[in-house]
Design a protein around this ligand. Sequence first.
Ligand SMILES: C[S@@+](CC[C@H](N)C(=O)[O-])C[C@H]1O[C@@H](n2cnc3c(N)ncnc32)[C@H](O)[C@@H]1O
Length: 271
Amino acid sequence: MSDQNPIVGLVDFSAVAPVAKTLWPGPRRDYVSPGLIDPGLMRFFPSLQEGDVADLQWPYLRKDAPHIWRRDLRGVRNPYIGVLSLDEASLLHNNALPFRGRRALEIGCHYAWSSAHLVAAGVDLDVIDPALGHADQMRDVGASLAPIGPARLWAGFSPSIVPAVRAMQPEPWSFAFIDGYHEGEAPRDDARAVIELLADDALVMFHDLISPHVAAGLAVFADAGWSVGLYNTMQIMGAAWRGKATPAPHVADRDMPAATAEHLKRFAPLS
Ligand SMILES: C[S@@+](CC[C@H](N)C(=O)[O-])C[C@H]1O[C@@H](n2cnc3c(N)ncnc32)[C@H](O)[C@@H]1O
């Protein structure tokens, strides 16, 4: 894979109205919900740096949310990719904790900040990201996870590689986190590929539900009869679950803007 080319082409967002009309006016902060465990992984990611959201062009960024937005400085091919806020990372970790020892899937790792929170929860993790085809990124992701625990890293595109990765082990996935390509049909296609390959007791999380394209992925699970709900975090996370799985309780930051977008009305709030 060429080290010059990004994984995905540029998308023209000029016709999309930004979801945030204002910027959070005060200093930004980190937040962890009362009752949730923060595994304290920031010390393993010295390359995470707070970014100024005012400069960012993606229309689906909630710039009016009070939390810190971070990028990984190793991401030189695409310096505008953001990672989960600390609130979101701890929420992912706590939802994964009941699945310790069970097989889990992550689609879209970037430099492994979110993956680290899954590995720290003790799940047996498969990670899919085409950017792992860049030798430096594969090395950097491996180095970030090394002090935390093992994961299987797959350089490939979801959804096409998903069935092959599933077939590498006999056990179905009990947990999945979908945070790969966000535009057009991609989140829906990821959801359709993953939903076929999950255990009877399973929980799936999405990031960036403020984007209607991503919310279409959560809708795949709702339409298939799974329980679904929304967490009011910086970018709005969602969960789908069935069987004995249950989503972690979460108290939203009191200053978080309400999750009132029209395309989210069909989903119940979880925080
Ligand atoms: C927003 S970043 C993920 C951030 C990460 N989850 C975190 O919070 O630390 C999205 C990632 O999806 C990856 N991606 C893009 N297209 C993909 C595809 N078809 N399959 C899997 N991953 C994809 C990108 O390379 C990028 O690393």
